[in-house]
Structure formats: C-alpha cells, structure tokens
Design a protein around this ligand. Structure first.
Ligand code: NAD
Length: 417
C-alpha cells in the first residue's frame, strides 16, 4: 500500500484503487473484476470553434461510458481547462457506483470539453455545446446515454444540448436532465445535490454524535453543490463559517449570511467582494477549524500535502473524488470519518432519474413529491452503507463501493456476461 502512495496516481487510478480494494473484499473473481473496472466505450472528438473575434480555436470533447449493465449510461458534462480522458474515465466509473448505490436504473458515464467557459461569450458557448452534441450524438439516446450538468454547465447548456439532439431526432426531452423547468426539467433538480448533501449530513451527524445545531461548516466551492448545501445546512441549524471559490475565500466566525452571499454570487459571478465577512486566501480553506468540512469544487483537492492541516470532525464529499487515497488513509488514521462522494452527492443523479421518468411518462410531480422521494432514496442508501460498514468493519467509502459493486456484479452476471 505504502509503495503505491509514494507515486502520484492519476484520477482514474485513484478511483480504481478504491474499487480494487472493495472488489477484493467482496471476493469478485479476477475476470469479472477487470470487466467491472474498465470502461465500455470512450469517445474523443475534435471541436473547432470560431471565436467572436474571428480567431479559430481547437478544443477536445470526451464522452466515456463506463458500465451499462443496470440501465442507460448517465453522467454530467463538464467544461473546464483541465478536462482530460483520464479524469473523465474516473468520473464515469464513479457514476456507475453512484447510480448502483442509490439503486436507480442507470449505468455510469461522464463527459467534458477542455475549454475555459469563463473566457467565452454566450454565443461561443452555445456554438461549442451544439458542435459537441452533434459529434457525440451517435452514442446518446434516451435508453442509451443521458447527459446532465456538471462543473461549469447548467440548465441553459442542457437546453442547447436537447435542442441540438432534437433537430435530428425529434422532440426528445428525456435526452438530458437538469433542463430548465419550462423545457421539461424537474422541480427540485437544481437544488437536488445540495439537498442530498444535507440529508446525508444530518444522518451522519446523528451517527457520529456531532450536533447539527450550531455546527461550524466550511465549504470549498460555492457553485451549484456548495451554495445549495450551505443553504439547507443553515436552515437545518448549522453555521457556515467559511467558503472558498476559484477566485478567493471568505470567513465569518459568527456565520455567513448565506442568502445574501448567494445573491452576491449571482450578481458578481463569484464570492469575491462580499463585505459581510473577512477575506480568506482560498488555499487556507482546509486549515479552518470546523465541525463539518464539505469539499464541493473539484477532484484531487485534499492530498497528502494538505491533509494534516484539516481540523474537522467529519468530511462530507460534495465534489467527486476530492480526496486522494493517501489522504483518505491519513484521515482514517486520524479518526476523521469521510462520507464518500458516491453517497453524499448522489442527490443530483437521483432527481435526474426522477426528471427522466417524468419526461418519459409526460406527467410531472410537484417539488414536495420530488423531495420526499429523494429523501427516501438517500436514506435507504445511507442505511445500507452504514450496515455494510458495521458488518465488515470498513470505512464508509469502502462500504459504499461494496454495496454498489455487488449490485453491478449481479446485473452483469444475470445478463450472462
Ligand atoms: P459549479 O461549476 O456550479 O461550481 C464549482 C465551484 O467550485 C465554483 O464556485 C468554483 O468557483 C469553485 N472552484 C473551482 N476551482 C476551485 C478552487 N481551486 N478552489 C476553490 N473553489 C474552486 O459545479 P458544481 O455542479 O457545483 O460541481 C461541484 C462538484 O460537485 C464537482 O466535483 C461535481 O462533479 C460534483 N457534483 C455535482 C453535481 C451537480 O448536480 N451539479 C452532482 C454530483 C456531484
């Protein structure tokens, strides 16, 4: 184990490190272990883009389908300069385990384009999105592969994808989830990941005996996941004392006014300039003493280099794969429990499943019904993870992988593979 830690792993190797350990604990036979670990299909496409200033630029887009034994491939689309095939593979694999863990009838996929959307006009983003959609069109389908929003993509991007796909295939709202409500999106989808983070935090705090009322919460990332998590946790009685985004950080030991900060973030496209808090260098976010720490930005942010600075009682992974295996091991030794991504942030894909279902049946639910169904799904998944952890005396991440792998293994076997 120590040997592997000495070498820096790629994101996909990190996910597979956890997967391999869990598959071994379940005694999955070697040939199946490899079939479940590897990706089914990987598509890389070229996206030439004529910028508004006339300059021609070249980007690359990816769609990786990891495992579809339990249903159509499902996973978000990310726009970020660091997007690459390895990272997309890692995130696609996590989606397989996440959809299996919350027991929704999907497989796992992920996609992305290696662009910097902050430097693009709305027109450029729309052209890029439509070109990308056309180029991956052959592997999409309402019963084949259904994209959703992820980092730097939102309902508007999903609307463009749906429209572009529909030009060739006709009216197909179920082709993407996370759409605007007016185009067939689901009530409660936008806030679903943050609400799921809240439900899971509530359960975990109860089990680890951390009172949620008055709990000090620190959040990295104040986009979709970070801001809704903050809002629900504050409503639940916690105090959000520090947040950071790409540009900087904020700290207020008495608790930030989350509603005001969300308004500010919408207007100013970031948290910078918010006056009801002190400025915190964004690198210091993992040094702030707190009860609950929520990484909700990018993957690979907590490593052996900074893990010792963390002074939290529990970590809830809002982001995907934010902690590398070495740091994960150190946190375990330090007795800081980690609620893993595939459980904590599964609320988004769960309500995506509800959106897809509503699109297929062309009958829509109100927000209360969506949230009620979400809570039931998250609650059941949490209980299964907790019981697996207790039975095998393993950390929650291992237990979550075990519950998920067992389900996918069963589906693969039943298909006669
Ligand atoms: P987003 O684009 O809405 O927000 C990302 C946030 O992270 C922004 O505030 C950005 O400024 C911040 N950020 C980026 N780099 C940073 C850095 N170096 N330091 C501090 N902050 C930084 O994205 P999102 O949808 O909120 O996704 C966040 C994470 O949650 C990702 O890992 C994503 O895969 C995961 N996730 C998202 C969903 C969803 O429904 N949106 C569901 C499950 C998991």
């Amino acid at each position: 184990m120590a040997e592997t830690y000495r070498r820096k792993m790629t994101a996909y190797e990190e996910v597979n490190w956890q997967y391999n350990k869990a598959a071994d604990l379940l005694a999955i036979p070697d040939q199946y272990k490899s079939i479940l670990r590897n990706c089914y299909r990987e598509l890389k496409v070229q996206i030439p883009l004529r910028r508004d200033n006339g300059k021609l630029e070249e980007y690359f887009g990816f769609r990786v389908q990891h495992n579809g034994a339990r249903g159509p491939y499902k996973g978000g689309i990310r726009y970020h300069p660091s997007v690459n095939l390895d990272e997309v593979r890692a995130l696609a694999s996590l989606m397989t385990w996440k959809t299996a863990l919350v027991d929704i009838p999907f497989g796992g996929a992920k996609g992305g384009v290696n662009c910097d959307p902050h430097s693009m006009s709305e027109n450029e983003l729309q052209v890029l999105t439509r070109t990308f959609t056309r180029k991956i069109d052959m592997c999409l389908g309402i019963y084949r592969d259904i994209p959703a929003p992820d980092v730097n993509t939102d309902a508007k991007v999903m609307a463009w994808m749906m429209d572009e796909y529909g030009r060739k295939n006709g009216y197909t709202p179920a082709i993407v989830t996370g759409k605007p409500i007016a185009l067939g999106g689901s009530q409660g989808r936008q806030s679903a990941t943050g609400l799921g983070v809240f439900y899971i935090t509530q359960r975990a705090c109860r089990d680890f005996k951390i009172p949620l009322t008055g709990a000090r919460v620190v959040i990295q990332g104040f986009g979709n996941v970070g801001s809704f998590s903050a809002e629900y946790l504050q409503k639940g009685g916690a105090k959000i004392i520090a947040v950071a985004d790409e540009a900087g950080g904020l700290i207020n030991k008495d608790g930030l006014n989350v509603a005001a900060l969300i308004r500010h973030t919408k207007e100013r496209k970031g948290i910078t300039g918010f006056t009801e808090a002190d400025v915190l260098p964004k690198e210091h976010i993992f040094t702030v003493p707190c009860d609950i720490l929520i990484p909700a930005a990018l993957n690979g942010v907590i490593t052996d280099q900074n893990v010792e600075t963390i002074q939290a009682k529990i970590i809830i992974e809002g982001a995907n794969n934010p902690i590398n295996p070495h740091a994960d091991h150190i946190l375990k030794e330090r007795g800081i429990p980690v609620v893993p991504d595939i459980l904590a942030n599964a609320g988004g894909v769960t309500v995506s499943y509800f959106e897809w279902t509503q699109n297929l049946q062309q009958f829509y639910w109100d927000e209360k019904e969506v949230q009620h169904k979400l809570e039931a799904k998250m609650d059941r998944a949490y209980t299964e993870v907790w019981e697996m952890a207790a039975k095998h005396n393993v950390p929650l991440r291992m237990a979550a992988f075990m519950v998920a792998i067992r389900r996918v293994y069963e589906a693969v076997q039943l298909r006669g593979i």
